[in-house]
Write a protein that binds this ligand. Structure first.
Ligand code: L34
Length: 296
């Protein structure tokens, strides 16, 4: 079997058309969604992602501001900046790009964001709501993965989903979302990680394999069964003398080999990444609707 390529850029584009139209209608009623993105330090990949978030806001008609703090910024400075935006009614969403420098506590920072403005869905209140299945801002990458599955015709209901990775940003929440008794979920989920024994035996049982470990081209063809659907969340830069700039992006999956066996697979770039940004736009618009009691 040679896989269908799930085009994340195309799926993201069609969702953005919906979001943009909705923002235009909100603006007619004087409601302008606002997002502030805070980045600390110079991490090159984070800079790219944050730039893309700002560009997407412009495209959607969402008011946005990006605050860049030096890596030397203190935890207290960051916390007081969050306090300022918690109080500012211009902003419906606050996002602090991760990872943070080591001297700043991620836990403290995420707790400080008003849960009603937590468009990343990382505040423990929103994580708790997600776990019990009540209405909450869902974390952007896991929610994007779910949308990609649905919009590519791969409903996870009743399927065996194997998740590689147990991070708070992707592995744990994606598993949590897909086991819910809900439309677009209802999967049987296995989570694998660095201490899992007989990993390939488990991944070969997957109907849907979600790779989120941050290890370039880790998933090889002999680790999947024929007809698997593969969602590759990894974004890794590897050196490649043939590529312009001397490096290129690859996922956590050995794409060229695995696509020969899969039914469908996401590429990197152009798979999950654009969906992450799009779900952030969706959450920001949702926050504005709630803050302004806008019913449409
Ligand atoms: N707070 N921190 C917070 N929220 C998030 O949702 C994120 N994440 C992850 C890292 N830290 C975060 C992102 O924004 C990962 N992530 C992210 C966002 C966008 C893209 C990838 C990861 C993306 O647009 N990827 C493009 C390629 C970009 C490139 O050229 O480097 C793609 O097509 O995959």
């Amino acid at each position: 079997m040679v896989a269908t390529i799930i085009n994340g850029n195309e799926v993201a584009k069609s969702i953005r058309v919906e979001i943009k139209a909705e923002v235009a209608r909100m603006k007619q009623d004087g409601v302008v969604p606002g997002l502030v993105v805070i980045i600390v330090g110079e991490d090159a990949a984070s800079q790219v992602y944050v730039r893309k978030k700002g560009e997407a806001c412009v495209e959607m008609g969402i008011h946005s501001e990006t605050i860049r703090l030096p890596a030397s910024a203190t935890e207290a400075e960051l916390l007081s900046l969050i306090d300022k935006y918690n109080k500012d009614p211009m902003y419906d969403g606050i996002l602090v790009q991760l990872p943070l420098p080591k001297h700043i506590s991620e836990e403290k920072v995420l707790l400080r964001i008003d849960p009603g403005k937590d468009v990343d869905g990382f505040h423990p209140i929103n994580v708790g709501k997600m776990v019990v299945g009540s209405e909450a801002y869902l974390p952007c990458t896991p929610h994007g993965v779910q949308e990609l599955l649905l919009r590519s015709g791969n409903d996870p209901a009743g399927k065996h989903v194997v998740v590689l990775g147990r991070s708070n940003i992707v592995g744990k929440p994606v598993a949590c979302i897909l086991i819910q008794k809900a439309k677009g979920a209802d999967a049987t989920v296995t989570i694998c990680h660095s201490r899992t024994k007989n990993l390939a035996e488990i991944t070969r049982q997957a109907d849907i394999l979600i790779a989120a470990i941050g290890s370039p081209q880790f998933v090889k063809a002999d680790m999947v069964r024929d007809g698997v659907v593969v969602i590759d969340v990894g974004v890794n830069r590897i050196s490649d003398p043939a590529a312009k700039g001397g490096c290129r992006l690859v996922g956590d999956v050995d794409f060229d080999a695995v696509k020969e066996k899969a039914k469908a697979i996401t590429p990197v770039p152009g798979g999950v990444g654009p969906m992450t940004i799009t779900m952030l736009m969706k959450n920001t618009v949702q926050a504005a609707k709630i803050h302004h009691s806008w019913k449409g």
